[in-house]
Design a protein around this ligand. Sequence first.
Ligand code: NAD
Length: 343
Amino acid sequence: MAKYRIALIEGDGTGPEVIGCARKVLEAAELDAELVPIEAGYWAFQKFGKQVTDSAWEIIGESNCVLKGPTTTPMGGGESQMKSVAVTLRQRLDLYANVRPCKSRPGVSVPTKFTNLDFVIVRENTEGLYKGIEYKMSDDEFVSLRVFTRKGCERISRFGFELARRQKRKKVTLITKANILQLTDGFFTNIFNKVAEDYPDLEHEDIYVDRANMYMITNPIYFDTIVTSNLFGDILSDAAAGLIGGLGIAPGANMGDNFAMFEAVHGSAPKYTGQKKVNPTAMILSSVMMLRYLGEDALAEKVEKAVDSVLLEGATNKKVVTYDLGGTATNDKMTDEIIKRLE
Ligand code: NAD
């Protein structure tokens, strides 16, 4: 029997391609795991009427964690459609912290003078505007509710401080709009400041999201650990991905107290489906985060080094990296290059 059982969501659009690449790397690295594909995705909704089927929940319940490829969520047009697969899983599994590192990678050209970034966004993952409480008041008026609870604000604040301490970081910045969203974000700020009292070794501050957004462009080295609510974290983390070379290389983890799910920041990039051109790095680096979660630090190190080595070579050899990094490689070719460099 394998040491780990990992529920595998292949995803929609280009999801199966990047998950296939991550799977090949994990197998080449000889992770002792059984990867079990499960029925989850827009495709599952179309086929079975559920975006995560009962059998998928059952397999998740017997697994150490989930490795998730990006999934498609059809856009609503004033009517509610399928709820996002990611949001469904995060809420039901209570994966309340979405951890999205923003770390510069060697050899990757970036649209900014900041080439040595290393900060992390801790996004609240189960509440806020993503609670999904929306209703129609009339044909001309629609309402979305933004939900903040004491439990939600407390645990995400504490998660941010604990992560900062563990990663030997110095500062935790809460990002809100508490001047306008006074009840919800004001409440969050008060709780964050109270939690901060337990971490006198770390600096802390709270700033507004509009200013934070400007810093993201003009002075991203300002940030170290960011704690923020669901929607702000979603928006800021795609901007952060842009700073380091794009969505193709930005990984992520959804963490709960007893379970976790690993997925790239990017979506299913449907327009590229079947072209084998999207970058597998974000998905492979999400697997590296999974390896660390499982305690497989040596394997994680090995895979991360191999990825960085290919990215570095990609600066001068366009044949080893994908289009988004200025290269010509397919995602399979880039994956093979990574595998070649696993010592
Ligand atoms: P997207 O992230 O899928 O793609 C936006 C653009 O970013 C792409 O067109 C492409 O140019 C680039 N890109 C994304 N991934 C890349 C990669 N691996 N390599 C190179 N370039 C890459 O965002 P979207 O187009 O807004 O959304 C498409 C679908 O994905 C939607 O249905 C959306 O709901 C869904 N989505 C899912 C998740 C998730 O599964 N967690 C996250 C975001 C979006």
